[in-house]
Write a protein that binds this ligand. Structure first.
Ligand SMILES: [Zn+2]
Length: 282
């Protein structure tokens, strides 16, 4: 059984790591062009086809007068396909959070597994979180809502998730680094998608850096050139992994990613020219 929900404190904030589905899957697609003997060794497995725990992660952040979601998962489309699939609203209910209470959505990017629940397909396509301002980097919005993404097989679903929010005047954009609320900062980490961002949470000195899809596995933070096959611009995503790794060290932040299994968190340590991932036990 996968962990689908875990609440912890970060300074004055309550943070819940929530899953919209936790399939077991082979991870070879996230090590595009890397010798399987090398990446399997780094992950401690021998068979590249071995299914490993994966997650479609969302973070619920409560405190300082706000109820914030960082990404909104897959949506109802994956219900029944794997453990926890399409069950975000059930996870919120378990925590006593009503969708109307969510006042802010921060999108790391607009792939369909990160904006799925913007729209509730069970409610005729209504906005799931009707009172939320939806924050997304300008370049990300431009890419998915223009002809630039016409040939991207994900564009139809992504557009169906963001255009209704835009039509309802809920979408807010920014360029560069943006503090959406005090201690809640979007940091551009492009490459996976054109306007991909990571999110830095800071509260009473505690720091958590949520990478979205800047890394799909902690080992990507040690090997920035081990490219997820799904990055639109591999050179740019490699650069972003370097930038965000350096930031994690200078901030001494706890680090996690959108697809890391819940409770997979760690810190980065500088080792020579590179970085070492150290799993957190706190
Ligand atoms: Zn993703």
């Amino acid at each position: 059984m996968a962990v689908l929900s875990k609440t912890f404190t970060l300074g004055r904030l309550s943070v819940a790591a929530l899953s919209d589905g936790a399939p077991m899957r082979a991870l070879g697609g996230f090590f595009n062009g890397v010798d399987p003997a090398e990446w399997t060794k780094a992950l401690g497995i021998t068979n590249p086809e071995e299914p490993l725990p994966f997650n479609f992660g969302i973070f619920l952040v409560r405190g300082d007068g706000h109820t914030v979601l960082i990404d909104t998962g897959q949506g109802a489309r994956v219900r029944g396909q794997f453990e926890g699939g399409g069950e975000l609203l059930a996870r919120l209910r378990e925590l006593g959070v009503r969708p109307e209470e969510v006042d802010t959505i921060l999108h790391t990017h607009l792939h369909g597994d990160h904006c799925g629940w913007n729209v509730d397909d069970d409610a005729g396509g209504a906005l799931t979180f009707p009172n939320a301002a939806v924050w997304v980097h300008q370049k990300e919005l431009d890419y998915w809502t223009s002809s630039a993404s016409d040939s991207n097989p994900q564009s139809q679903y992504s557009r169906s998730r963001i255009l209704p929010a835009q039509a309802a005047d809920r979408v807010q954009t920014f360029d560069g680094e943006k503090a959406v609320h005090p201690g809640m900062t979007m940091i551009p980490t492009p490459g996976h998608t054109p306007g991909h961002c990571s999110v830095l949470l800071v509260s009473s000195g505690d720091k958590l850096l949520i990478l979205g899809d800047a890394a799909h596995h902690p080992v990507h933070l040690e090997r920035h050139d081990w490219l997820p096959g799904v990055d639109l611009d591999p050179a740019e995503s490699t650069r972003s992994r370097g930038v965000v790794a350096a930031r994690a060290v200078t901030e001494n932040a706890l680090v996690t990613g959108g697809h890391f299994p819940i409770l997979t968190m760690g810190r980065l340590r500088r080792v020579g020219q590179g970085y070492k991932w150290e799993a957190a036990t706190e």
